[in-house]
Design a protein around this ligand. Structure first.
Ligand code: FES
Ligand code: FE2
Length: 548
């Protein structure tokens, strides 16, 4: 396809010169489409993008002249009912990451919880404190005899509903039954459900929560059926997970994580040479897809179209970004090399505690979206290998920046971040919209921001082991196996060294034996080194942007 730039000396931009076409559009020069449109960006509609000025809408509040308007809108939003973060569903874990034989400690909205699977194979969630003397139930065990959750301190047992079924210290059956029928012996339960491969937990516990939760819709991926692996709705295709699932606890607040995921313009810099390229054109247009550009918080969801240069496609691409309160940011995947036509990148953000959050990440591609060899390679790549490749590098790349940002913000008197930040480019439009929603309807966020006045050291911030490995069955198993293999390789290398020494010392060495020992020793040393480096990736990998 050709585009005609009415101010260009030649007037012609083939698609391969799309950077020039983009510059023409930035300058507001009309482009005439010649021939068949090939992609959304280069259609005649795209070629008549409105100017930057006319794209301003109520979502952008960073211009100085809009301060008064911004105040009015925030005040109007505050007048709305504040978003109730507790009466919402949150996906706390991928089901396949949970061992059903043991209880799992989790955290939501500052409350410690325990996830476990009962005798009916239902995932349950209780407050992580035993009604007896408040010991953590996550330290307990699931009794194989009856599938109850037993507190490890004094052996009280609980069924899936939270009802106490046995108090071993009771003097007789009658006393046991009387104590167990007292509501004070019950564990406090949160509603749960398994949807789209994740265990969802309602933010509020207790009997009232089971009534409230029935009326609340979880932030599901609306494009996909509740099947596993997922299938697109409306006669679409089966999808497969590219890069595996990945869950990680993060040492910064939910609101900071959300701001980061609402910001496509950081990718090429923060993740240069990982998933981005800081050397390409960084121009970015973001246009609200809200109908009639109303204030988005009315629906607690908003969507925008992002147009930027995609280094994988080597072309300009448009994709959608969407926020669905309380926990989902979804990036569409535009067409790019290796035959990918479209896909989904949902990122679930969990407000675990003050200054802490958790991300559940995955990338879903329709099965026809990739050539068979690439798909086969994806499928054959074990999760423990996927989990030490790109995704942790991406999160590591952001963590130091976001932590430093939180420390800087905590020292500022101005707490309205849309006033504190200076965001003159459209690239920050989604961030501005989100911050406005959070300050108004969002009531400031799910949890108070902690006073974060001191910078933490990088090994603490990027502690992959406590943030991911210990909770990932695939990675923790890999660490065990690799550690055992490393001991074996070290032992065999020592045998080789002794063999070399003894044969060299002998007056009549066996012909060729020292060379064989030496070759074996080199291979084993290489294996030991590879294992050591690989094991380290499950614990901590230093990240320096200046060297990326
Ligand atoms: S604290 Fe749980 S049984 Fe005593
Ligand atoms: Fe893992």
């Amino acid at each position: 396809m050709l585009l005609r730039d009415t101010h260009s000396p030649t007037g012609i931009h083939p698609v391969s010169q799309s950077k020039a076409a983009w510059r023409a559009m930035r300058a507001g020069r009309p482009l005439q489409v010649l021939g068949r449109p090939r992609m959304a960006f280069t259609t005649s509609k795209a070629a008549t993008f409105p100017s930057t000025q006319s794209l301003e809408d109520p979502l952008t509040t960073t211009q100085d002249h809009s301060s008064a308007k911004h105040s009015t809108e925030v005040e109007r939003e505050v007048e709305q009912e504040t978003y109730d973060w507790a009466k919402q569903w949150y996906p706390l874990a991928f089901v396949e990451d949970l061992d059903p034989k043991v209880p799992h400690p989790v955290e939501l909205l500052g409350e410690r919880l325990v996830l476990w699977r009962d005798a009916d194979k239902q995932w349950r969630c209780f407050q992580d404190k035993c009604p007896h003397r408040l010991a953590p139930l996550s330290e307990g065990r699931i009794e194989p005899s009856d599938g109850t959750l037993m507190c490890s301190y004094h052996g009280w047992r609980f069924d899936g509903e939270g009802k106490c079924t046995d108090i071993p210290q009771s003097l007789d059956a009658k006393a046991n039954a009387a104590a167990c029928s007292n509501p004070r012996s019950c564990a406090i339960s949160h509603p749960t459900q398994v949807l789209q491969g994740k265990v969802w937990v309602f933010g509020e516990g207790g009997s009232r929560a089971f009534i409230d939760s029935a009326a609340v819709k979880p932030a599901l991926l609306e494009d996909l059926e509740d099947t596993y692996p997922p299938r697109e709705k409306n006669g679409g295709e089966d999808c497969f997970f590219a890069g595996g699932h990945y869950a990680r606890d993060l040492p910064y607040a939910w609101s900071t994580l959300m701001e980061n995921l609402a910001d496509p313009s950081h990718v090429n810099f923060s993740h240069h040479n990982v998933v981005g390229d800081r050397t390409v054109d960084q121009t970015m247009k973001i246009v609200s897809k809200e109908p009639s550009k109303t204030v988005p918080s009315i629906k607690d969801t908003f969507k925008m179209a992002v147009t930027s240069f995609d280094d994988k496609a080597r072309d300009y691409q448009t994709f959608d970004m969407e926020f669905v309160a309380p926990c989902l940011v979804k990036w569409g995947i535009p067409p790019w090399g290796v035959g990918i036509k479209h896909g989904y990148m949902p990122m679930y953000m969990i407000p675990t505690g003050p200054g802490r959050s958790k991300i559940l990440w995955c990338m879903l591609l329709p099965t026809s979206s990739m050539p068979a060899p690439a798909k086969l390679m994806q499928r054959l790549t074990p999760k423990w290998l996927q989990h030490i490749s790109i995704t942790p590098q991406v999160l590591d790349g952001d963590t130091g920046l976001l932590h430093g940002q939180e420390v800087a913000v905590s020292k500022e008197a101005e707490k309205d971040l849309n006033r504190l930040y200076y965001m003159p480019a459209q690239a920050d439009r989604f961030v501005a919209a989100y911050r406005k929603w959070l300050a108004g309807r969002g009531g400031g966020g799910p949890l108070p921001m902690p006073e974060t006045s001191e910078l933490q050291a990088q090994p603490q911030l990027l502690d992959r082991y406590s943030q991911h490995t210990q909770n990932c069955p695939s990675c923790s198993r890999a660490v065990q196996v690799f550690t055992a293999l490393r001991i074996v390789t070290a032992a065999l290398a020592a045998v080789c060294a002794m063999g070399i020494a003894s044969t060299l010392a002998a007056s009549h060495p066996v012909l060729g034996l020292p060379a064989q020992f030496a070759a074996g020793g080199i291979v084993l040393a290489g294996a030991w080194l590879w294992l050591s480096k690989t094991i380290q990736k499950y614990y901590y990998v230093p990240h320096t942007h200046a060297h990326a």
